[in-house]
Design a protein around this ligand. Structure first.
Ligand SMILES: [Fe+2]
Ligand SMILES: [Fe+2]
Length: 267
């Protein structure tokens, strides 16, 4: 796990997981510095302690005012609970559905949440957060946002990619073909329902997204990408309905992995 500044006032807390036979999945959280500092997602459950230690190198958790929780998957909620315990001022910007899902295993106190739906916005100190629904997602609770202060577009799982090595600090450091292939593979795994969408329907949805004027695109599962790459990221998604659907390793493949002595995390 490491940190780097991706844009003025935005730090990335970057981790990744290796999936045998498939590649590397970046797992990002973001710290937005400002009048009311925001943490976007909270790392993976398995990295909870390391996440807290790493977070302290870029901000005192006592200074955080908000956590934007894009959705309650295990790679996004790692340090959520300890942060809420450590700093009673933090409120969690998220959706009703996220609160419901969290309620099944680690309930969020209702007076600590701020419910914001796609299309709505929230003034937060010196910035306005405009909630959006990314065009691809693996959890119906998902919301991203456009930050008025930096032009950062936060897209949660959308635009993620399986990479051939540990993630660089910018998507510009990836070969365009690797980026496209990695994005398509990721989307077939994370959003397999894209295969069931008529391509003209998806095209209209993506056109709406293409009109967003973003300075930087911050996916949870891709190195930050400058805004001019948004059209490339969208074009990759357009290819997903016609791509080969993901076929997960079965027991025979697993035994072959064991025979090859491959180590690492699966999933
Ligand atoms: Fe997810
Ligand atoms: Fe995710």
């Amino acid at each position: 796990m490491l940190t780097y500044q991706a844009a003025p006032g935005i730090d990335v807390i970057s981790s990744h997981t290796a999936i045998p036979g498939l590649g590397f999945v970046p797992i990002n959280a973001f710290v937005l510095h400002g009048a009311e500092p925001i943490l976007v997602d909270a790392g993976a459950m398995v990295d909870r302690d390391e996440f807290m230690t790493t977070l302290r190198t870029v901000i005192d958790p006592g200074d955080l005012r908000w956590i934007w929780l894009t959705h309650p998957d295990f790679d996004h909620i790692g340090a959520l609970s300890p942060l809420l315990s450590e700093n009673p001022r933090i409120r969690v910007i998220t959706t009703f559905l996220t609160v419901g899902i969290m309620g099944l295993f680690d309930p969020l106190p209702m007076d600590r949440v701020y419910l914001l739906n796609p299309g709505q916005h929230l003034e937060v100190g010196d910035r306005t957060l405009h909630a959006i629904k990314p065009p691809a997602f693996d959890n119906p609770a998902t919301t991203g946002f456009l930050d008025s202060k930096t032009g950062g577009l936060f897209t949660s799982d959308c635009f993620g990619a399986l990479l051939q090595g540990p993630p660089p600090e910018s998507a510009t450091d990836l070969a365009m073909s690797d980026l496209r292939d990695g994005q398509v593979t990721w989307a077939t795994i994370d959003s397999p329902w894209l295969h069931t969408i008529e391509s003209d329907v998806l095209a209209r949805r993506l056109d709406d997204f293409r009109r967003i004027d973003a300075a930087t695109v911050f996916s949870s599962h891709l190195p930050p990408a400058p805004g001019h790459m948004l059209r490339h990221l969208i074009t990759s998604l357009q290819a997903v309905p016609g791509a080969q659907p993901f076929s997960a390793p079965d027991q025979a493949a697993l035994e072959q992995l064991f025979a090859q002595n491959v180590s690492g995390n699966v999933g």
